[in-house]
Design a protein around this ligand. Structure first.
Ligand SMILES: *[C@@H]1O[C@H](CO)[C@@H](O)[C@H](O)[C@H]1NC(C)=O
Length: 121
């Protein structure tokens, strides 16, 4: 179990590293999955093992919320976040659900693999 956890964490870090480093930051105003992933990257530790939410992580969550100005943007963020979250090994869905609250952010929907993003307004 410990091995599985370790492999999962390494894969997680590698995944984020590849995406964040390989893809240039999104053009301002346009939401992309890369932006969502890079905003959520500092949250990986909390999302998998819990504990303290870092300032970087909360800043990412807030910037994600602020950059999603239109319904299309919000649906995009929803889809990307869901995709990101559901492909991460060792993710703890309780922590995913708690994350916005821990950062004092009021997300209009839950980022869980069951969320229907087409219903996001
Ligand atoms: C997920 O996190 C919660 C709260 O941190 C904890 O109570 C629960 O046991 C964790 N679940 C798993 C599957 O690790």
């Amino acid at each position: 179990m410990a091995i599985v956890e370790m492999v999962g964490k390494v894969a997680l870090v590698a995944l984020f590293y590849c995406i964040v480093v390989a893809v240039p930051r999104a053009i301002e105003g346009a939401i992309t999955c890369e932006l969502v992933v890079s905003d959520l990257a500092p949250c990986a530790g909390f999302l998998t093992t819990g504990g303290q939410v870092s300032t970087d992580c909360c800043n990412g969550v807030k910037s994600l919320q602020n950059s999603a100005a239109t319904k299309d943007d919000r649906q995009m963020v929803c889809r990307c976040a869901e995709q990101t979250v559901s492909t991460l090994p060792g993710i703890n869905l309780t922590n995913v659900r708690d994350l916005p609250g821990k950062c004092g952010v009021n997300f209009p929907y839950e980022i869980t693999p069951g969320t229907d993003c087409s219903k996001v307004q």
